[in-house]
Design a protein around this ligand. Structure first.
Ligand SMILES: [Zn+2]
Ligand SMILES: [Zn+2]
Length: 170
């Protein structure tokens, strides 16, 4: 969604609240997660004479799979973000370390902003639970459901080497 910040940028003491659901599907290509219901957000912009501030709250459900047993895992990320908004025509939209920069069209793409922030809050590694035992490397049995009877010594060392290579590839 494109929002226009002209009024709040130009009128001292004004404020503007925008809420909605951001489409963060762009992140699906760079993570092994999907976001079936988008990211709910609320943004409050305030003109404080010498600067415009942004307070953002966001909550997003994700689906992913456990890194060990591949079971589907549903999680929730929520975060709050505070910054100031500055117009900088040279950079266009950019998340600077101390400001959100927008071009002089005064437009902000809420999907782009929410996705740009959300990516920093997603877990690096998703587990169905902290102590997930994963899958047996020999037969693929889910070890959370009990032992499979494979002896770990029987694993062909060449397969282990291959597995290590594949794991490194991730
Ligand atoms: Zn698991
Ligand atoms: Zn097994």
């Amino acid at each position: 969604m494109q929002i226009n910040l002209t009024k709040v940028l130009n009128e001292p003491d004004s404020s503007m609240t925008v809420s909605g659901v951001a489409d963060v599907g762009a992140l699906e290509a760079q993570s092994d997660m999907t976001f079936p219901s988008g990211a709910r957000f609320e943004m409050v912009f305030k003109n404080l004479m010498d600067c415009v501030t942004l307070s953002l709250k966001c909550e997003c459900e994700y689906l992913s799979e456990c890194a060990r047993c591949l079971k589907e895992v549903k999680g929730l990320v929520s975060f709050e973000f505070e910054s100031i908004v500055k117009v900088d025509d040279e950079s266009g939209f950019m998340l600077d370390s101390d400001a959100v920069l927008i071009s002089s069209s005064n437009r902000l793409d809420t999907d782009e902003l929410v996705a740009g922030l959300l990516v920093g809050y997603l877990p690096m590694k998703v587990l169905c639970r902290e102590d997930c035992r994963g899958l047996c490397p020999t037969c693929g049995h889910d070890l959370n459901e009990g032992d499979c009877g494979c002896s770990k010594k029987e694993v062909d060392p060449r397969l282990l080497k291959l597995k290590a290579l594949l794991d490194n590839d991730k």
